[in-house]
Design a binder for this molecule. Structure first.
Ligand code: SAM
Ligand code: GLN
Length: 307
């Protein structure tokens, strides 16, 4: 059978779930769900269908990620368009979003909690009830869009240093109908922000892979995803250090900093937050695989009544 043969072929090329992925690729070519393959498995493929399927198999055998070939990835409640312009959103990052949502639950921003920009505290969206978040390094837009979908957020500013990534995030925002509540800004770190601009939440899944880890990454990641989305310098912490240094200037007192970090980095990053001297309630959370993955800290200062 075609999918059995194709699955074995992919497995020989190092794709562990070869059979499943071959089925997903075939279903994609035929424009049906994977389970439909079992209902109509005896229908012979046309020459065109077979050619298209083989072309996708060859791409996967070259270890191009399945999500790039299909052009989409699932993230929490969303189906996002993905391609080589941005990192494929990961399950670990769903946990980062979960932590932010848990913190945001029941906090609605409000008078003093409003986004405090140079426009007198209303921000581009005007005076609105709800929290303001900054997603630094938004990539496909996964974090920003999930916060808008699932949390009490009035407005999200999503930045990235990569203009192609921002284009992709914009397409996702439009497809999901989140245009007006989401603002995209191009630039590195805090550059795209006004100096006095403050948020209730600063969330980021920054690049955090160290130089030494690079060669050991799966070919799908190393050879296909954007290196600037992954590489964080010699020890992987370059971007994280810069985010921790600047975050207090862009959080309201009582606001949350939530960072995804790499394996083995959590305690170092928690120490960076302590040393910064502007955070309290510093905590580390594990991902579904049990690895320490998320570091949280609350900006010190006078608590706002409504936070
Ligand atoms: N937020 C997305 C997610 O979780 O799937 C993408 C995360 S990816 C690990 C890191 C992102 O940060 C990339 O999109 C990359 O272009 C961006 N980035 C890297 N360095 C940056 C910098 N100095 N300032 C802003 N964004 C940066
Ligand atoms: N989790 C990614 C990996 O597969 C790394 C993402 C990041 O650098 N933020 O290694």
């Amino acid at each position: 059978m075609l999918t059995r043969w194709s699955g074995d072929y992919l497995r020989r090329k190092g794709v562990e779930a070869g059979r499943l992925e071959a089925e997903l690729l075939l279903a994609h070519v035929l424009g049906v769900g994977r389970l439909d393959l079992y209902l109509q498995y005896d229908r012979p493929l046309t020459e065109g269908e077979l050619g298209a399927f083989k072309a996708l198999l060859r791409r996967r055998a070259a270890r191009e990620p399945l999500q790039y070939i299909l052009g989409r990835a699932a993230f929490r409640e969303l189906e996002l368009r993905v391609d080589r312009r941005a990192l494929i959103p990961r399950p670990e990052t769903e946990v980062l979003v979960e932590e932010v949502l848990a913190w945001a639950k029941g906090r609605r921003g409000g008078e003093r909690g409003e986004h405090q920009g140079s426009d007198g505290g209303t921000g581009p969206g005007g005076r609105r009830e709800g929290l303001w978040a900054l997603d630094l390094g938004t990539g496909s837009g996964a974090i920003a869009l999930s916060l808008l979908r699932e949390g009490p957020f009035a407005q999200v500013v999503a930045t990235d240093v990569s203009s192609p990534a921002l284009d992709l995030a914009r397409q996702n925002a439009e497809a999901l109908g989140f245009g007006p509540r989401l603002e995209f800004r191009l630039g590195s770190l805090f550059e795209p922000l006004r100096p006095e601009e403050r948020f209730h939440v600063l969330v980021s899944n920054p690049p955090y892979v160290s130089t030494g880890e690079w060669q050991g990454l799966q070919p799908e990641v190393r050879d296909w995803e954007p290196p600037e989305a992954l590489l964080g310098g010699e020890d992987g912490l370059d971007v994280i250090r810069a985010v921790v240094a600047g975050a207090p200037d862009h959080l309201v007192p009582g606001g949350l900093l939530a960072l995804e970090v790499g394996g083995g980095q959590a305690s170092v990053v928690a120490a960076l937050l302590r040393e910064r001297g502007a955070f309290r309630a510093i905590e580390v959370r594990r991902d579904l695989a049990g690895k320490e993955r998320v570091v949280l800290g609350v900006a010190a200062g006078d608590e706002m009544k409504d936070l």
